[in-house]
Design a protein around this ligand. Structure first.
Ligand code: NAP
Length: 307
């Protein structure tokens, strides 16, 4: 489908695209570029691509598909490095978790004739770097593309097929809508996790070691999310501020309702709320977006060792 795919950034997401790309063949040649020499060497030793260079401009030469896989905060810098070498007719895409700000930052830098089709694979883990990726990361997961309406539909179809070849389901939507949906399904949950783990850590009367030792399922899952990459998430909150603040407003109102029900001893309200949320969890399992296995599908080999 593509002659040359260039991945700018080769962490969890970039290396998963490279791995899946090698196995499933939607691009003949894969070129990899990143900021640090050590990261490039790691990618080379894992055999993730065909061409490796620290020179981003050189990496995109002759590429018909370029995907930015760096934190969104450095997109404009990266674009300044590569824009002179982007071939007319090439597709420039990305995998960033925020779309509106990304489009605002990149659109003025887009050379004539380059198809700009922002993307976001809704798949990931809390791990980072080239070794963290795996080829099945995108299988059965959704990838959202947010091209402007005037973008060539043939180019959009090519990118839809690319993600389809990696195993993704693809949906095309407006960037602002994407940002609002992801604010509630991903960004606010991460903010809550970062907050609760920080609060537990700062509690004077509960020592850090007690927090770790007695961590119940709920808290453990928050710590997993709160271990996500600090650079990536700083950039997400700075670039999707408006949508996250809007959703946080609603979240705070709902939290007040639950707090009031608890204070008033209104068990019926609590029970009704928890029944509704349990149905949402069941719905997610039913559409195949998570496993119904106990403990969110964690292998029992991961069970804690006796101390
Ligand atoms: P990651 O594992 O930390 O990898 C980031 C990559 O970007 C590394 O290869 C890093 O290379 C490179 N990089 C950083 N600054 C750079 C710069 N100035 N110039 C060139 N390369 C640079 O991150 P990730 O989890 O793959 O996330 C990448 C993107 O995917 C983010 O935009 C994020 O929003 C999006 N995303 C992440 C997830 C997730 O769950 N993690 C899910 C969906 C989408 P060096 O080591 O060389 O600095």
């Amino acid at each position: 489908m593509f002659e040359k795919l260039t991945l700018v950034g080769i962490g969890l997401i970039g290396s998963s695209i490279a791995r899946a790309g090698k196995l499933k063949g939607p691009a003949k040649t894969i070129a990899i570029t990143t900021r640090k020499a050590a990261t490039l060497e790691e990618a080379r030793s894992l055999g993730l691509g065909d061409i490796y260079t620290l020179d981003a401009a050189e990496a995109v030469e002759g590429a018909d598909l370029v995907i930015l896989c760096t934190p969104v905060g450095v997109y404009a810098d990266v674009m300044q490095q590569i824009r002179g070498q982007l071939a007319p007719g090439a597709i420039l895409s990305d995998v960033g978790s925020v779309k509106g700000q990304v489009m605002k930052a990149l659109e003025p830098l887009m050379p004539q004739g380059v198809h700009f089709i922002p993307g976001h694979p809704i798949a990931g883990t809390e791990h980072s770097g080239p070794s963290a990726g795996f080829p099945d990361l995108f299988v059965g997961r959704w990838c959202v593309l947010t091209p402007k309406p005037e973008v060539d539909p043939v180019a959009v179809d090519r990118l839809v097929s690319f993600w389809g070849a990696l195993g993704s389901n693809v949906e095309v939507m407006d960037a602002a809508h994407h940002d609002l949906v992801l604010a509630i399904t991903s960004h606010v949950p991460h903010l809550i996790a970062y907050n609760i783990v920080g609060t537990a850590d700062e509690l004077g009367e509960v020592t850090s070691s007690e927090v770790m030792k007695f961590s119940a399922g709920g808290f453990r899952d928050f710590t997993r999310i709160a271990a996500s990459d600090p650079t990536m998430w700083r950039d997400v909150f700075l670039s999707n501020k408006d949508a996250v603040l809007e959703m946080l407003g609603t979240f705070n109102e709902d939290l007040s309702k639950l707090t009031r029900a608890m204070r008033r001893g209104d068990g019926e309200a609590l029970f009704e709320h928890f029944t509704r949320t349990r149905a949402i969890r069941r719905g997610i399992v039913e559409i195949g977006q998570d496993s119904a296995a106990p403990d969110f599908g964690r292998l029992q080999t991961n069970a804690p060792k006796k101390s």
